[in-house]
Design a protein around this ligand. Structure first.
Ligand code: GTQ
Length: 349
């Protein structure tokens, strides 16, 4: 009769209520939400236009200094996962402003970071006391545990995208950070020294002094002046990948792997009129439009793409890019983490 299931429900509810103070919960009520047949991301696809963020950032610049803020950044928070300072469940994104004459003081932390320059020319990030002088669309790394400070000795503001693994480090409860007792790390090498030594598929042949950088992670500056001609040359010569367009991944030359232990980064070029075949992958990805115009197609949803827009595509979200003019994109994701954990998958449709 019908009293039986009601009786079971009532007995279960009584069980749950009695065991709740003991911090116990029944798996059978949540199993299918925990172990899903495929990823169901709480994150949503989203777009930020650079101009809109820039206005708020400059307004913040009138109110708080980089020194006082430590890092003057507006976090791009995914509206599907509010309150977590996350653009995907594993990654963080923010836009950082450094005004002429300012210093963002030296610190180090377990979180890995990449910087992708959006505006300005000639400000620097110093890594362990070596400056990388930054130009638009340069990629600069500040890997886990390495001292870094930022400074702007030019007469224009500089704005860059910060991509960090803050939510990943939080997941593992593994955050450590400290401040140096001086704002800027003492200079340890002239600007560009590392690029000279390691940036040409070469390395110093001898001497521990020459191996000043950590041997497993020598490079930290990938210049637009280098990657853009490489990508253009590829686009002029190679067959195009139907799902990616022309695409080049940034590498750690020491091991041929991703640029950071948790974050992978790449660039793509799509010729005017090209539309990628649908694809999805488990690495929720942040894209920056470097150049060109187009549309990001996500099933029902469409996001327009204009220069310096920032868009996020969550895990396992089928998407296509349509290029109206030659479209150049920068992207970063947690693919590096997922591959280490044997979690990464992609599907080409
Ligand atoms: O520049 O070191 O956007 O530590 C967030 C945390 C930037 C930085 C961020 C950071 C930094």
């Amino acid at each position: 009769m019908t009293s039986r299931p009601n009786d079971q429900r009532a007995r279960l509810e009584a069980l749950y209520a009695d065991m709740a103070p003991t911090s116990l919960t029944p798996l059978w009520e949540s199993l299918h939400a925990l172990v899903t047949p495929e990823p169901v991301s709480p994150a949503v696809p989203w777009r930020w236009t650079f101009g809109e963020v820039r206005d708020f950032l400059l307004r913040a610049g009138d109110i708080i200094s980089a020194e006082q803020a430590e890092r003057r950044v507006l976090i791009m928070e995914n509206p599907g996962i509010p309150g977590q300072s996350a653009i995907t469940p594993s990654l963080y994104a923010g836009l950082q402003l450094i005004l002429p004459g300012e210093v963002a003081p030296c610190h180090r932390h377990t979180q890995n970071a990449l910087r992708f320059v959006m505006e300005g020319s000639g400000a620097f990030t110093a890594l362990d006391g070596e400056k990388a002088v930054m130009e638009p669309f340069d990629l600069v790394l500040t890997p886990s545990g390495q001292w870094h400070d930022h400074g702007n000795q030019t007469d224009q503001p500089m704005i860059w995208l910060d991509g960090l693994d803050i939510p990943t480090v939080r997941l593992f409860d593994a955050s450590f950070a400290d401040r140096l007792d001086v704002a800027a790390h003492p200079e340890t090498a002239p600007p560009g020294d590392t690029l000279t030594r390691y940036g040409h598929n070469m390395r110093p042949l001898s001497g521990s002094a020459a191996d000043r950088r950590p041997a497993n992670r020598p490079l930290f500056h990938y210049r637009h002046a280098d990657w853009r001609p490489a990508l253009s040359a590829l686009a002029a010569s190679a067959d195009i990948d139907a799902h990616l367009g022309h695409a080049l991944e940034f590498l750690n030359p020491a091991d041929g792997g991703a640029v950071l232990s948790t974050i992978s980064a790449h660039v793509r070029q799509l010729p005017a009129g090209f539309e990628t075949r649908p694809r999805r992958s488990t690495d929720g990805t942040v894209f920056v439009v470097v150049d060109g115009e187009g549309t990001l197609l996500l099933g029902e949803k469409e996001l327009p793409l204009t220069p310096r827009d920032i868009v996020v595509v969550p895990s396992w979200t089928t998407h296509q890019f349509q290029a109206r003019s030659d479209l150049v994109l920068f992207a970063y994701s947690d693919k590096a983490s997922q591959q280490k954990l044997d979690l990464y998958r992609e599907q080409l449709l």
